[in-house]
Design a protein around this ligand. Structure first.
Ligand code: IMP
Ligand code: MG
Length: 180
């Protein structure tokens, strides 16, 4: 895709870099206050949460570990197939940790529900979900985040880790995109 077309498809910026960085300061404080003195692992769900997790990490000041899981529910387009595959698992034994799942976006909730169920079955000391974005209108699975940074309408968004056909993850803001 050429650079001009890449830009042209971005319809409008929904969440600015400033919105995101202000939100991250609050989440960082929330984690610092609630997990101080506790063994904590923050788990990012790849690929979508890699930018979010990196910036979140810089706003958390207490000692903690990081881990990654990869789950696939989208296969290129804008619709979920409903099938969730775990393609990368954690290395740590989480029975000795408080766990925070950091997810980029909760759409139908199927991905997160699958990951949360798997992790909960491993008996962590506690399990919480922090979501960058929430599209509550689209929810199918019975799951909610404990902390949501931004609620958004039922629009397909890209940037800040989120992709359309693997592109646009590198935008520093979150934008609505022309999907056709
Ligand atoms: P769910 O299983 O339907 O909740 O889908 C969650 C996953 O779908 C997210 O982790 C994203 O990777 C992807 N996804 C859902 N909505 C969007 C969107 O608006 N833009 C980009 N990716 C999305
Ligand atoms: Mg994702």
């Amino acid at each position: 895709m050429d650079s001009e077309k890449y830009r042209e498809r971005i319809k409008s910026v929904l969440i600015t870099q400033k919105n995101i960085s202000d939100g991250l300061v609050k989440v960082g404080k929330y984690i610092d206050e609630n997990y101080s003195g506790k063994p904590l692992i923050i788990v990012g769900i790849l690929k979508g949460s890699f930018v979010f997790l990196a910036d979140l990490a810089k706003n958390v000041t207490i000692p903690c570990e990081f881990g990654f899981m990869a789950a696939q529910s989208y296969y290129g387009g804008t619709e979920s197939t409903g099938e969730v595959r775990i393609t990368l698992d954690l290395q740590q034994d989480i029975s000795k940790y408080h766990v925070i799942i950091a997810e980029d976006i909760i759409d139908t909730g199927r991905t997160l529900k699958a990951v949360a169920d798997i992790l909960r079955a491993r008996n962590p000391l506690s399990l919480e979900i922090i979501a960058l974005l929430n599209k509550s209108e689209r929810r199918i699975a019975d799951i909610e985040a404990d902390y949501t940074m931004f609620s958004i309408p039922d629009k397909f968004v890209v940037g800040y880790g989120l992709d359309y056909g693997e592109y646009y993850r590198n935008l520093p803001y979150i934008a609505e995109i022309e999907s056709e």
